[in-house]
Ligand binder design. Structure first.
Ligand SMILES: [Zn+2]
Length: 343
């Protein structure tokens, strides 16, 4: 049975408008509109054309509905007009990725979610409380992705054609999902993961209203900064007035970007505003704004690696793709840069 919502989902995930799909498939705009609105059903010929243009097996369009991820359920860092179509594409892919995790869960027992909620605290207090609750002491977090996965967070890669869309997260049926833009530097990715953790801890009850998103973003950044670089430990490192070399050593210790480290030192009044600005200029000249020279290797997923490559019981990408009625390339997108590519 043809399912109109699957057609819409397949189209949105590629960022296509209906006219663009009409062009790409050779099926008329009028017909596509009718099919998506369930006014009439496509012929076998039209279905085949649409499936080919959408790069999905025919069976994909027969599957059950998936609950869409509502915009207001997700935390987005940027929301300009230009990104709305791309945001919808990312959300459509996210809905499919949840189906992927549901399939994984048919075969594997995944960690139970255990993310605390501290929605009445300041971001700094909340970060300290989470560190305390998870027994992290004041050490650098060795691996943010492994940490979040061990706390039941399902981590996936967001649709990669959209490099201007940052990480986002949401709860669905009490399960926290985090989608990362995995094309970034390792340090940026770690900060993003900590930022999304901040949303989960601070904003789990909040409808992600666009009007107040600026405040939420600042709070999640403050959380990430405190979580990755706890104040008492940084204050003990004799960093007052630190020069660039000292800052670079500290960023390697905490596994953050040189820019984030510098920002943190200013936040803790270890660098004056003037020192902060001049350090930023120096770092920028040395390439630390766009990338992270001498940085760490990007973190990858432990959970997905076990599922896809584990010894003994495992799910191959092509088997998962067959279960989900998608192309293997689609499944590889869900886990892009989070596991080795050769599955
Ligand atoms: Zn955010």
């Amino acid at each position: 049975m043809f399912n109109p919502s699957r057609l819409t989902l397949a189209r949105l995930r590629l960022g296509l408008t209906r006219p663009k799909l009409a062009n790409a498939s050779g099926v008329s705009l009028r017909s596509i509109t009718d099919y998506e609105n369930a006014v009439r059903e496509p012929s076998d010929e039209s279905l085949a054309k649409l499936a080919a243009a959408l790069r999905v097996p025919l069976a994909f369009l027969d599957r059950d509905d998936i609950d869409p991820v509502p915009v207001r359920a997700a935390s987005f860092r940027k929301l300009s007009k230009a990104t709305v179509a791309r945001r919808n594409a990312v959300l459509a892919s996210a809905a499919l990725t949840m189906e992927f995790f549901a399939e994984v869960e048919e075969h594997f027992q995944l960690p139970q979610p255990s993310i605390p909620t501290f929605d009445k605290c300041s971001p700094e207090q909340a970060a300290d409380l989470v560190r305390h609750q998870w027994n992290l002491g004041e050490r650098p977090v060795s691996n943010m992705l492994h940490l979040l996965e061990s706390k039941g967070v399902r981590i996936a890669s967001l649709n990669h054609d959209y490099s201007d869309i940052d990480a986002f997260c949401f709860y669905r049926d009490s399960i926290p999902y985090v989608f990362l833009n995995t094309g970034k530097s390792a340090e940026r990715q770690r900060f993003d993961a900590a930022h999304e953790l901040g949303h989960l801890v601070l904003h789990s009850d909040v409808d992600m209203e666009i009007n107040t998103s600026k405040d939420r973003e600042a709070q999640a950044n403050a959380f990430a900064s405190s979580f990755l670089m706890p104040s008492s430990a940084v204050l003990n490192q004799s960093m007052a007035g630190a020069g660039v070399e000292r800052i670079l050593a500290a960023r390697s210790f905490w596994k953050v970007s040189a820019m984030a480290m510098t920002h943190r030192l200013n936040e803790l009044h270890l660098l004056s505003d003037w020192q902060y600005r001049s350090t930023c200029i120096t770092l920028s000249e040395r390439g630390y704004r766009r990338s992270e020279p001498g940085g760490i290797v990007p973190e990858t997923s432990q959970l997905l690696r076990k599922v896809l490559y584990g010894a003994g019981a495992r799910l191959r990408v092509r088997d998962l793709a067959a279960e989900l009625d998608v192309e293997p390339a689609e499944v590889r997108e869900y886990v892009r840069h989070l596991v080795p590519l050769s599955a």
